[in-house]
Design a protein around this ligand. Sequence first.
Ligand SMILES: *Cc1c(COP(=O)(O)O)cnc(C)c1O
Length: 395
Amino acid sequence: MDQTKHDVTPGLGTRAVWAGEQDAHWAGATQVAVAFSVSFGYKTVEEWLEVALGKKAGHIYGRNTNPTVAAFEDKVRDLEGAEAATSFASGMAAISNTLFTLLSPGDRIVSIKDTYGGTNKLFVEFLPRFQIEVALCDTTDHSAIEAAISQGCKLLYLESPTNPTIKVVDIARLAAAAHRHGALVVVDNTLATPINQRPLQLGADLVVHSATKFLGGHADALAGVVCGPRDLVARVYHFREINGACLEPMSAYLLLRGMKTLHLRVRQQNENALQIARFLESHARVAQVFYPGLASHENHDIACRQMSGFGGVLSFALHGSFDAVKSFLPRLRYANLAANLGAVETVAGPPATTSHVESTPAERAASGIPEALIRYSVGIEDVDDLIADLRRALG
Ligand SMILES: *Cc1c(COP(=O)(O)O)cnc(C)c1O
């Protein structure tokens, strides 16, 4: 945002609407234009060279940068309170580009068992092929994570809250431990969004997002983004401009439009999720509810410290086996049974077909995911209708 026009820092809602759009308009348009052009032309070779060498603002070729994409990056950058941001074709592209930029053969990375399924695949299948050692700790055992860090570590990779059992890790405590040992800290902030949690302020070096989820909010565009200090983001950007996992301009536009209501959506989803978690916790057919806003959550105190809202995703286990899930889910009227989260519509599904579709039953069991678990990403519907829907489907 143009800070010179403000004497105080505007709130997150104002920034969600206005940030990133200052220089992105065309011919007086009040909305950011979608620049489908792959290349950007110049009248003189001198000016072209200046832009190519980064001495002058501008764009050369769509795999490197694009004005619509740049506006999207700047909106997220502003909301995360970061110096710089760069974007990707998907959340997994953001995560894998970040890891492959920062790690080299012989390095060691420490993370948790409960990362997103695709991230976990990078840890167990791909990084070891490049002689990168991966130490995956029990997600809520902070002493074990600190001990793993102290054995030597180039990078600490965290996610909070996690997916699908909605665990919470103490970002400030673990970032401090990592920095004592000279390690960089990367946090996946997809489930929280910058409205509820700002990892850079808690000590993280880089924040990554699957913008496909809450940032876009409408389940119509795949994207990823990385935010942090200029030098680190420049390194991640450089790898991305070469390997080509760039965000395309139409998706950037859809994300920009979606993000203008981010604060409204997330606020509603926070409220809905808390009421639904309380309802489910009191229901006889529900064995367990995982939501950081509940006093019964094992790390409710950490969540209260580091989050300003508890997010729109919860999960719950039914009494019984996977058969109970199979008969329950189709009875829901207001939920897409689909592999997504963070949309305006409620989305529900079992981990076996969503977050952990790539994992085997044994891997899911080892991650402590109950067979009868349901991940429920709360939409912006009226909460009374969602509760009535759940009550009917459970009854
Ligand atoms: C969905 C998701 C990802 C991957 O993002 P894509 O956009 O699907 O590639 C990464 N982390 C978390 C927490 C997610 O929910």
